[in-house]
Design a protein around this ligand. Structure first.
Ligand code: BEZ
Length: 267
């Protein structure tokens, strides 16, 4: 999470007002599941008391706290000033950096990342993985989960169908990356990691604020590219297209999340 604004800024400095906005209240209301559904990836990390662990894209720090609770000494890092402030309010040790510009040199026993790396565009991942490798002590482990191939496919297709006629490409605007396992394995190996486990996991995800809450929290940047007069109608069209696919008979909205989860070690 929390890296898209960085990406939007660096791609086009003139689009400041159109970038993804991270609102910590909206995130708590519509995105808390990101941390609560992450226990399998924390279990895969298996943090030990006394270990020095880096949490890349720590967001508001809710998940970071669970690693601290295991007795590890954890540093969080995030590119969003709002999220860094929220995490520091929890008493966490957090730095503000983009994930592909980490300044750490062989300091950590393990690097952890949940639901953050997909916010970096594909072309930034070799630099991201090199920065993570450099942060680890030799032989250290890197455990992460990000959106994988096919992630939120229905949502992305509906956004493309509705926003295309307005001349907006939501895939380009989101600059997200949901890699397939074979592709990411190759990138990890090229960065100097040995893959221990790697899984692509479909994870239908209940959206507490429905699809509108999700879109307003995680796709506000692309929706804000619409003229104010068009925004509400376009949003309604996206919701209408998705309703037969993502809304169940009880009225729950369930998004088509797919996770790529892996554990690797630094050579
Ligand atoms: C994800 O965790 O896969 C995700 C979250 C928000 C927007 C897009 C993807």
């Amino acid at each position: 999470m929390l890296l898209a604004s960085e990406s939007a800024n660096s791609k086009n400095g003139s689009m400041q007002n159109l970038e993804q906005r991270w609102n910590t209240d909206a995130y708590a209301a519509n995105g808390r599941f990101v941390a609560t559904l992450a226990s399998p990836v924390v279990e895969l990390l298996a943090p030990l008391a006394g270990e020095r662990i880096l949490d890349v894209g720590c967001g508001d720090g809710v998940l970071t706290e669970t690693i601290v609770a295991a007795g590890a000494s954890v540093k969080g890092v995030d590119s969003s000033p709002a999220m860094v402030e929220a995490a520091r309010k929890r008493g966490l040790d957090v730095d503000q950096h983009s994930a592909d510009a980490l300044p750490y040199q062989h300091e950590f026993d393990a690097v952890f990342s949940n639901a953050a790396m997909h916010w970096l565009a594909a072309e930034r991942h070799p630099t991201l993985l090199a920065a993570i490798h450099r942060s680890l002590k030799p032989g250290g482990r890197f455990v992460a989960e990000l959106g994988g191939h096919g992630n939120i496919a229905a949502i992305r297709t509906a956004l493309s169908a509705v926003l295309g006629p307005y001349g907006i490409d939501p895939e380009e605007a989101a600059a997200s990356y949901y890699p397939a396992p074979a592709v990411y394995r190759r990138l990890l190996e090229e960065a100097g990691f040995t893959v221990v486990t790697m899984e692509l996991i479909p994870r239908p995800t209940l959206l507490p604020g429905g699809i509108t809450g999700w879109l307003e929290t995680f796709r506000n940047g692309v929706l804000d590219r619409l003229a104010p007069a068009d925004r509400a109608a376009a949003l309604a069209k996206v919701v209408h297209l998705l309703e037969p696919i993502l809304r169940d008979g009880d009225g729950n909205w369930i998004a088509d999340y797919v996770r790529l989860r892996f554990s690797v070690t630094a050579n």
